[in-house]
Design a protein around this ligand. Structure first.
Ligand code: BGC
Length: 457
């Protein structure tokens, strides 16, 4: 007698109006970097420097989404998502970051938005996903206060063109990573290694966020959020040196970016280190949001730094200088993605519940604006396990009283994974970089079926 295989376990039921989506970003998928008047971005410049990108690649072609967006929207439609989070490339719209608007650049997003709407998919643009116009970067980029004003002026232009059809907006993607990796450690564009001197870049991005919220609302564009990256920070041991180091890391990744936005204040530990009329700026930064976006990938185990003279430590592919006052450690006992990141779905529940506890009613409804993993191959059962586990963990947080309105998978397509180049594959859809052919992976089919089941109610 042969036994029938176990039927696949259904996901728990999510609310009927829950927003299901996938995310991408311009620099990672568009390519066409010199077409139709697009200006240079800080990532174009960074990737052109030898040794910056691990596989020696660059974002010039990427997935060629700029020319293939119709095919990609068809993939989204077949997947059955209700929303698509993409980013608008600032240098495509304003080649120098300020001043002249490039109509052809705006036209691209206009076409994309119309294509999405025709497919019944809500467009969710992110105004900035790390591709600072190089002209601004050369003047100091986000270390300079004026960049915040220029960002707001650009936001106004985009809202003026797309606002009649876009019903949900995101200002910034992960200002924490750009501050830390781009200005602090030099692993991402613009490749600066300023350590704690990078903090002004955090403040100016947050100020740019607040000014952009005002600019969007002035254009009658509403339903605005931010996509901040967050994760639980676990101390390596109960020893004081380790808990203090973990608290500092938690401050830099979580509190430094959540508290100004949600509470209108910086944590005391950093308040004196930020430039400008901080009290006035905080009133702008804390413009109430309609929802709060969280990108979640992994928790971090943090301990005190190793003894002096022990040299740089490597973490998640990044070399950390020994003078940092904390040292991330490998988390043992969990499966790992191809990136080496531990897969810990329950840490998503922990994160959301802790946010609710920390911020109470000041926390607006949450949207998970990114969650995903890097695995090779199109028979990607590990990605299915990852998504299944994280959706159950998300549901558990909702059962525990956290108001979550949506979930976006990172990412639709394999793409240019920043300093890693094309080596890390986060897509539900495989991209053959020689032919640019798209092939839906097993995880794409799994998600499509799961969404159909949710829709049946
Ligand atoms: C970023 C994405 C990136 C993903 C995976 C997030 O930090 O927003 O652009 O591809 O993580 O590393």
């Amino acid at each position: 007698m042969t036994m029938a295989p176990d039927p696949p376990r259904s996901l728990p039921r999510f609310p009927r109006d829950f927003v299901w989506g996938v995310s991408t970003s311009a620099a990672q998928i568009e390519g066409a970097v010199a077409e139709d008047g697009r200006g240079r971005s800080a990532w174009d410049a960074f990737a052109a420097e030898p040794g910056r990108i691990k596989d020696g690649s660059d974002p010039r072609v990427a997935t060629d989404h700029y020319h293939r967006y119709r095919e990609d929207v068809a993939l989204l439609r077949e997947l059955g998502v209700g929303a698509y989070r993409f980013s608008v490339a600032w240098p495509r719209v304003m080649p120098d970051g300020s001043g002249a608007v490039n109509a052809a650049g705006l036209d691209f997003y206009d076409r994309l938005v119309d294509e999405l709407l025709a497919a019944g998919i809500a467009p969710v643009p992110t105004l900035f996903h790390w591709d600072t116009p190089q002209a601004l970067e050369e003047g100091g980029g986000w270390l300079v206060r004026e960049t915040a004003d220029r960002f707001a002026a650009y936001a106004e232009v985009v809202a003026g063109r797309l606002g009649d059809r876009v019903a949900r907006w995101i200002t910034l993607n992960e200002p924490a990573e750009l501050t830390l990796l781009g200005y602090g450690l030099g692993q991402h564009a613009p490749g600066r290694q300023l350590l704690f001197e990078a903090l002004p870049a955090a403040h100016h991005q947050l100020l740019g966020h607040g000014l952009a919220v005002q600019a969007l609302r002035a254009q009658r564009a509403g339903n605005i959020g931010i996509a901040n990256s967050h994760g639980p920070t676990w101390p390596a041991s109960p020893a004081e040196a380790d808990t203090a180091a973990a608290d500092l890391y938690d401050l830099l990744l979580n509190r430094l970016f959540a508290e100004p936005v949600l509470l209108g204040r910086y944590p005391d530990e950093v308040a004196g280190l930020l430039p400008g009329p901080v009290a006035e700026d905080l009133r702008i930064i804390s413009e109430p949001l309609d929802w709060y976006g969280i990108n979640y990938y992994q928790p971090t185990l943090v301990g005190a730094p190793a003894a002096e003279g022990s040299g740089p430590t490597a973490f998640g592919g990044i070399q950390l200088p020994p003078e940092l006052p904390f040292a991330p450690r490998e988390i043992e006992g969990y499966p790992r993605t191809d990136f080496g990141w531990p897969v810990v779905p329950e840490a998503l529940t922990e994160l959301l519940v802790s946010f609710r506890e920390r911020y109470g009613d000041r926390l607006p409804p949450v949207v998970i604006t990114e969650n995903g993993c890097a695995y090779e191959g199109t028979g990607d059962t590990e990605r299915i396990t990852f998504l299944d586990g994280h959706l159950r963990a998300l549901h558990a947080a909702m059962e525990a009283g956290v108001e979550v309105r949506g979930y976006f998978v990172w990412s639709l397509l394999d793409n240019f994974e920043w300093a890693e180049g094309y080596a890390r594959r986060f897509g539900l859809v495989h991209v053959d970089y020689a032919t640019l052919e798209r092939t839906p992976k097993a995880s794409y089919h799994w998600l499509r079926d799961a969404l159909r089941e949710q829709a049946r109610g």
